[in-house]
Write a protein that binds this ligand. Structure first.
Ligand code: GLP
Length: 244
């Protein structure tokens, strides 16, 4: 696990965007796994800057997002579909047919999950997966539990995650209690992974993700056994990290 510690959130965002840009230069048909949450917002802004400056071309890139809330329509301002359009898709030359986000509104969510995994496989698997991390160590919406699911699945969100994400909604009651998420298997099959964390609220999760123990009570800790993971963390998030 490689750990890059940055002085600022801006530096973290530029570093993450630069790694993605390099990877797209290396492989113009990159299959790129994307994350939502406030942490990658700066990275998306930098990617849009790179695109406007003519330094990145998304025309051959295929994207797969990690997750979506169950029951939020793609037009809902708090849906991850909407987030991705607002922060990236509306501003760059990604082909709409190359963009994939699991539906949280499919009539048959189980089939939707199977179909999503099949589509990732058909695309050749994820080349580079971007991750954020929950304060409780979740990745995507793989919550701490006694076991972790391998494939894309529906999950009941923990009260902690509902509380953390309620800042995006008018009231906590509006936060969906369920989500569709890629499983840890789909994430771990990615050839490369970058995980972003910013702020002191993530320091304990980063400590637990880097301390040499894999536990389902900290889902991100499984990343320690992946062969190509880069953590990009600012100083606050890195404050308690363990040096592996
Ligand atoms: C959500 C997303 C995760 C994200 C996490 C942290 O729960 N499903 O993919 O990593 O929030 O979000 P933030 O970056 O806003 O702290």
């Amino acid at each position: 696990m490689k750990i890059i510690v940055t002085e600022t959130y801006r530096e973290l965002s530029i570093k993450a965007a630069s790694l993605i840009a390099e990877e797209i230069k290396r492989c113009k048909n990159l299959v790129l796994g994307l994350a939502t949450g406030s942490t990658p917002e700066g990275m998306y802004a930098e990617l849009v800057n790179f695109y406007r400056a003519g330094n990145i071309n998304f025309s051959g890139v295929v994207t797969f997002n990690l997750d979506e809330y169950v029951s939020l329509e793609p037009g809902h301002p708090q849906s991850y579909h909407y987030f991705m359009r607002r922060h990236l898709f509306d501003h760059v030359n990604l082909a709409p047919e190359n963009v994939n986000i699991p539906s949280g509104c499919a009539a048959d969510l189980e089939s939707e999950c199977h179909a999503y995994d099949a589509k990732i496989e058909q695309a050749g698997g994820i080349g580079l997966q971007v991750l954020g991390i929950g304060a409780n160590g979740h990745i995507g919406f793989n919550e701490p539990d006694s076991s972790l699911k391998v494939h894309t699945h529906c999950v009941n969100l923990t009260e902690e995650t509902v509380a953390a994400n309620s800042r995006f909604f008018e009231t906590p009651d509006q936060v969906p209690r369920r989500a569709v998420t890629m499983g840890v298997g789909s994430i771990m099959k990615a050839a490369k992974i970058i995980l972003l964390a910013s702020g002191s609220g993530k320091a304990d999760a980063i400590r637990q993700t880097t301390k040499g123990v894999v536990t389902t009570s900290v889902p991100a800790s499984i990343l320690q056994v992946h062969r190509d993971v880069t953590l990009i963390v600012d100083r606050e998030a890195a404050a308690q990290r363990c040096l592996l």
